[in-house]
Design a protein around this ligand. Structure first.
Ligand code: MG
Length: 272
Protein backbone atom coordinates (compact mmCIF):
# COMPACT_ATOMS: atom_id res chain seq x y z
CA UNK A 1 0.00 0.00 0.00
CA UNK A 2 1.41 3.42 -0.97
CA UNK A 3 2.38 5.85 1.80
CA UNK A 4 -0.46 8.34 2.48
CA UNK A 5 0.28 11.25 4.86
CA UNK A 6 -3.37 12.39 4.72
CA UNK A 7 -4.56 9.10 6.23
CA UNK A 8 -2.02 9.38 9.02
CA UNK A 9 -3.64 12.63 10.14
CA UNK A 10 -7.29 11.72 9.57
CA UNK A 11 -7.31 8.33 11.34
CA UNK A 12 -6.21 9.59 14.76
CA UNK A 13 -8.69 12.49 14.44
CA UNK A 14 -11.56 10.11 13.72
CA UNK A 15 -10.60 7.83 16.64
CA UNK A 16 -10.36 10.79 19.02
CA UNK A 17 -13.74 12.17 17.88
CA UNK A 18 -15.48 8.80 18.36
CA UNK A 19 -13.96 8.25 21.82
CA UNK A 20 -14.85 11.79 22.93
CA UNK A 21 -18.43 11.42 21.68
CA UNK A 22 -18.92 8.12 23.55
CA UNK A 23 -17.41 9.44 26.78
CA UNK A 24 -19.46 12.63 26.62
CA UNK A 25 -22.70 10.80 25.89
CA UNK A 26 -22.22 8.49 28.91
CA UNK A 27 -21.41 11.40 31.21
CA UNK A 28 -24.25 13.54 29.93
CA UNK A 29 -26.78 10.66 30.34
CA UNK A 30 -25.77 10.10 33.96
CA UNK A 31 -25.82 13.80 34.73
CA UNK A 32 -29.18 14.47 33.12
CA UNK A 33 -31.03 11.45 34.57
CA UNK A 34 -29.76 10.58 38.06
CA UNK A 35 -32.93 8.58 38.88
CA UNK A 36 -32.52 6.20 35.95
CA UNK A 37 -34.09 2.92 37.21
CA UNK A 38 -31.67 0.87 35.11
CA UNK A 39 -34.11 -1.59 33.61
CA UNK A 40 -36.07 -3.92 35.88
CA UNK A 41 -34.29 -3.05 39.15
CA UNK A 42 -36.40 -1.13 41.63
CA UNK A 43 -33.44 0.74 42.99
CA UNK A 44 -31.26 3.20 41.06
CA UNK A 45 -27.61 2.30 40.78
CA UNK A 46 -25.69 3.15 43.98
CA UNK A 47 -28.80 4.33 45.84
CA UNK A 48 -27.83 4.88 49.48
CA UNK A 49 -31.50 4.52 50.52
CA UNK A 50 -31.44 0.87 49.44
CA UNK A 51 -31.70 -1.39 52.55
CA UNK A 52 -28.39 -2.60 53.88
CA UNK A 53 -27.87 -6.40 53.93
CA UNK A 54 -28.17 -7.85 57.43
CA UNK A 55 -24.86 -8.43 59.17
CA UNK A 56 -24.11 -12.13 59.71
CA UNK A 57 -21.27 -13.61 61.74
CA UNK A 58 -20.02 -16.25 59.29
CA UNK A 59 -18.67 -18.60 61.97
CA UNK A 60 -15.36 -20.43 61.74
CA UNK A 61 -14.22 -22.68 58.94
CA UNK A 62 -13.42 -26.27 59.81
CA UNK A 63 -10.07 -27.97 59.24
CA UNK A 64 -9.32 -31.60 58.34
CA UNK A 65 -8.92 -32.22 62.10
CA UNK A 66 -11.60 -29.94 63.61
CA UNK A 67 -15.16 -29.12 62.52
CA UNK A 68 -16.14 -25.47 62.06
CA UNK A 69 -19.07 -23.46 63.39
CA UNK A 70 -22.28 -22.20 61.81
CA UNK A 71 -23.16 -18.68 60.60
CA UNK A 72 -25.19 -16.68 63.10
CA UNK A 73 -28.39 -16.76 61.03
CA UNK A 74 -28.36 -20.49 60.22
CA UNK A 75 -30.62 -23.16 61.65
CA UNK A 76 -28.11 -25.43 63.36
CA UNK A 77 -29.24 -29.00 62.81
CA UNK A 78 -26.21 -30.53 64.54
CA UNK A 79 -23.69 -28.72 66.70
CA UNK A 80 -22.42 -28.47 70.27
CA UNK A 81 -25.34 -29.05 72.64
CA UNK A 82 -28.00 -29.71 69.99
CA UNK A 83 -28.20 -33.45 70.57
CA UNK A 84 -30.57 -34.98 68.01
CA UNK A 85 -33.50 -32.68 68.74
CA UNK A 86 -33.82 -31.57 65.10
CA UNK A 87 -34.04 -35.15 63.83
CA UNK A 88 -36.86 -37.63 63.77
CA UNK A 89 -35.16 -40.29 65.88
CA UNK A 90 -32.28 -40.52 68.32
CA UNK A 91 -30.89 -43.89 67.25
CA UNK A 92 -27.57 -42.38 66.19
CA UNK A 93 -24.92 -41.52 68.77
CA UNK A 94 -24.13 -37.86 69.42
CA UNK A 95 -21.66 -36.38 71.89
CA UNK A 96 -21.63 -33.04 73.73
CA UNK A 97 -19.40 -31.51 71.04
CA UNK A 98 -22.10 -32.17 68.46
CA UNK A 99 -20.40 -35.04 66.66
CA UNK A 100 -22.92 -37.66 65.61
CA UNK A 101 -22.26 -41.12 64.23
CA UNK A 102 -24.42 -43.52 62.32
CA UNK A 103 -25.44 -46.49 64.43
CA UNK A 104 -25.72 -49.04 61.62
CA UNK A 105 -29.11 -50.64 61.36
CA UNK A 106 -31.06 -47.93 63.20
CA UNK A 107 -32.21 -46.32 59.96
CA UNK A 108 -31.91 -43.00 58.18
CA UNK A 109 -32.57 -39.80 60.09
CA UNK A 110 -34.73 -36.96 58.77
CA UNK A 111 -35.11 -33.36 59.92
CA UNK A 112 -38.30 -32.70 61.86
CA UNK A 113 -38.69 -29.50 59.87
CA UNK A 114 -39.23 -29.30 56.11
CA UNK A 115 -36.92 -27.24 53.91
CA UNK A 116 -37.04 -26.22 50.25
CA UNK A 117 -34.55 -24.02 48.43
CA UNK A 118 -31.60 -23.71 50.78
CA UNK A 119 -27.93 -23.41 51.51
CA UNK A 120 -26.84 -26.52 53.38
CA UNK A 121 -23.55 -27.31 55.11
CA UNK A 122 -22.35 -30.63 56.47
CA UNK A 123 -19.03 -32.05 57.65
CA UNK A 124 -18.45 -35.78 57.51
CA UNK A 125 -15.67 -38.21 58.34
CA UNK A 126 -14.98 -41.84 57.57
CA UNK A 127 -13.26 -43.45 60.59
CA UNK A 128 -9.53 -43.90 59.95
CA UNK A 129 -9.60 -47.66 60.34
CA UNK A 130 -12.52 -48.16 57.95
CA UNK A 131 -12.02 -50.38 54.90
CA UNK A 132 -13.61 -48.87 51.79
CA UNK A 133 -14.52 -51.16 48.94
CA UNK A 134 -16.58 -49.52 46.22
CA UNK A 135 -20.01 -48.67 47.63
CA UNK A 136 -19.27 -50.66 50.79
CA UNK A 137 -17.63 -49.59 54.03
CA UNK A 138 -18.11 -45.82 53.95
CA UNK A 139 -21.48 -45.02 52.41
CA UNK A 140 -24.01 -42.41 53.44
CA UNK A 141 -25.67 -39.50 51.69
CA UNK A 142 -27.69 -36.36 52.12
CA UNK A 143 -31.13 -36.31 50.50
CA UNK A 144 -32.96 -33.04 49.87
CA UNK A 145 -36.74 -33.19 50.08
CA UNK A 146 -36.11 -36.79 51.20
CA UNK A 147 -35.58 -37.55 47.50
CA UNK A 148 -32.50 -36.07 45.85
CA UNK A 149 -29.16 -37.49 46.99
CA UNK A 150 -25.73 -35.97 47.08
CA UNK A 151 -23.57 -39.00 47.78
CA UNK A 152 -21.30 -39.32 50.81
CA UNK A 153 -18.64 -42.00 50.38
CA UNK A 154 -15.03 -42.50 51.38
CA UNK A 155 -13.41 -41.81 48.01
CA UNK A 156 -9.72 -41.39 48.92
CA UNK A 157 -8.62 -43.90 47.92
CA UNK A 158 -11.58 -45.92 46.74
CA UNK A 159 -12.85 -46.51 43.25
CA UNK A 160 -16.47 -47.13 42.39
CA UNK A 161 -18.78 -46.16 39.56
CA UNK A 162 -18.15 -42.41 39.10
CA UNK A 163 -21.81 -41.42 39.48
CA UNK A 164 -21.70 -43.04 42.93
CA UNK A 165 -18.58 -41.53 44.46
CA UNK A 166 -18.36 -38.69 46.96
CA UNK A 167 -19.87 -35.48 45.62
CA UNK A 168 -21.90 -37.24 42.93
CA UNK A 169 -25.59 -36.73 42.28
CA UNK A 170 -26.13 -40.41 42.90
CA UNK A 171 -26.80 -42.39 39.74
CA UNK A 172 -26.86 -39.21 37.65
CA UNK A 173 -23.66 -37.13 37.56
CA UNK A 174 -20.14 -37.75 38.91
CA UNK A 175 -18.39 -34.86 40.66
CA UNK A 176 -16.31 -32.67 38.33
CA UNK A 177 -13.18 -33.66 40.28
CA UNK A 178 -12.43 -35.73 43.37
CA UNK A 179 -11.17 -33.55 46.28
CA UNK A 180 -12.02 -36.14 48.97
CA UNK A 181 -9.79 -36.26 52.03
CA UNK A 182 -8.41 -39.56 53.37
CA UNK A 183 -10.27 -41.53 56.02
CA UNK A 184 -9.83 -40.02 59.48
CA UNK A 185 -10.11 -36.41 58.20
CA UNK A 186 -13.17 -34.15 58.06
CA UNK A 187 -14.72 -33.37 54.67
CA UNK A 188 -17.09 -30.45 54.07
CA UNK A 189 -19.97 -30.02 51.66
CA UNK A 190 -21.44 -26.59 51.00
CA UNK A 191 -24.53 -27.13 48.91
CA UNK A 192 -27.02 -24.79 47.28
CA UNK A 193 -30.16 -26.71 46.49
CA UNK A 194 -33.11 -25.50 44.44
CA UNK A 195 -36.22 -27.66 44.51
CA UNK A 196 -37.94 -28.65 41.27
CA UNK A 197 -41.22 -26.98 40.41
CA UNK A 198 -44.18 -28.69 38.81
CA UNK A 199 -47.11 -27.52 36.71
CA UNK A 200 -50.66 -28.07 37.87
CA UNK A 201 -51.01 -31.03 35.50
CA UNK A 202 -48.13 -32.75 37.33
CA UNK A 203 -45.53 -32.29 34.60
CA UNK A 204 -42.12 -30.82 35.36
CA UNK A 205 -41.83 -27.05 35.13
CA UNK A 206 -38.22 -26.51 36.25
CA UNK A 207 -35.76 -29.19 37.34
CA UNK A 208 -34.21 -29.28 40.79
CA UNK A 209 -30.56 -28.21 40.87
CA UNK A 210 -27.53 -28.39 43.13
CA UNK A 211 -24.25 -26.61 43.39
CA UNK A 212 -21.85 -28.60 45.56
CA UNK A 213 -18.61 -27.22 46.94
CA UNK A 214 -16.58 -30.13 48.33
CA UNK A 215 -13.68 -29.17 50.60
CA UNK A 216 -13.73 -25.75 48.92
CA UNK A 217 -13.75 -27.17 45.38
CA UNK A 218 -16.77 -26.93 43.04
CA UNK A 219 -17.85 -30.44 42.05
CA UNK A 220 -21.42 -29.72 40.89
CA UNK A 221 -22.14 -26.38 39.24
CA UNK A 222 -25.87 -25.69 39.21
CA UNK A 223 -26.40 -29.24 37.94
CA UNK A 224 -29.96 -30.27 37.16
CA UNK A 225 -31.37 -33.48 38.63
CA UNK A 226 -32.74 -35.90 36.02
CA UNK A 227 -35.36 -36.94 38.55
CA UNK A 228 -35.78 -38.46 42.00
CA UNK A 229 -32.65 -40.41 43.02
CA UNK A 230 -32.87 -44.06 42.03
CA UNK A 231 -30.50 -47.01 42.35
CA UNK A 232 -29.86 -49.08 39.25
CA UNK A 233 -32.46 -47.34 37.10
CA UNK A 234 -33.01 -44.05 35.31
CA UNK A 235 -34.29 -41.29 37.53
CA UNK A 236 -37.74 -39.85 36.84
CA UNK A 237 -39.67 -36.94 38.24
CA UNK A 238 -42.94 -37.30 40.06
CA UNK A 239 -44.83 -34.24 41.28
CA UNK A 240 -44.28 -33.30 44.93
CA UNK A 241 -44.22 -30.28 47.22
CA UNK A 242 -41.36 -27.75 46.91
CA UNK A 243 -40.32 -28.47 50.52
CA UNK A 244 -39.54 -31.64 52.41
CA UNK A 245 -37.33 -33.22 55.05
CA UNK A 246 -33.56 -33.40 54.70
CA UNK A 247 -32.45 -37.00 55.21
CA UNK A 248 -29.10 -38.54 56.16
CA UNK A 249 -28.56 -42.12 55.11
CA UNK A 250 -27.77 -45.13 57.29
CA UNK A 251 -26.13 -47.37 54.71
CA UNK A 252 -24.68 -49.65 57.38
CA UNK A 253 -21.44 -47.71 57.90
CA UNK A 254 -20.40 -45.71 61.02
CA UNK A 255 -19.87 -42.34 59.30
CA UNK A 256 -19.43 -39.34 61.60
CA UNK A 257 -21.11 -35.96 61.11
CA UNK A 258 -20.60 -32.49 62.57
CA UNK A 259 -21.55 -28.85 62.05
CA UNK A 260 -24.71 -29.38 60.04
CA UNK A 261 -26.66 -26.23 59.30
CA UNK A 262 -29.16 -24.89 56.82
CA UNK A 263 -30.21 -21.46 55.61
CA UNK A 264 -33.49 -21.32 53.66
CA UNK A 265 -33.12 -19.23 50.51
CA UNK A 266 -35.89 -17.04 49.16
CA UNK A 267 -35.96 -15.59 45.68
CA UNK A 268 -34.50 -12.09 45.67
CA UNK A 269 -37.16 -9.63 46.71
CA UNK A 270 -37.62 -6.46 44.72
CA UNK A 271 -37.17 -4.62 48.02
CA UNK A 272 -33.53 -5.63 47.85
MG1 MG B 1 -25.41 -43.10 49.69
Amino acid sequence: MPFCPTKMIICPLVAFTVAFTIAFSITSTDASDPTDMSGSEEWPVHDMERPQPTMVNPGASGTPMTPGTAPSDATVLLGPGTGMKHWNHEGWKVDADGIAQVTPGTGDIKTREAFGDCQFHIEWLVPADRECDGQGGSNSGVFFLDKYEVQILGSNPNQTYPDGQAGSMYGQYPPLVNPCRPNGEWNTYDIIFTAPRFKSDGSLDTAGTVTVIFNGVVVQNHSAFMGITAHGSKAKYQKHDPTGQIRLQDHGDPIKFANIWVRPLAERSLAW
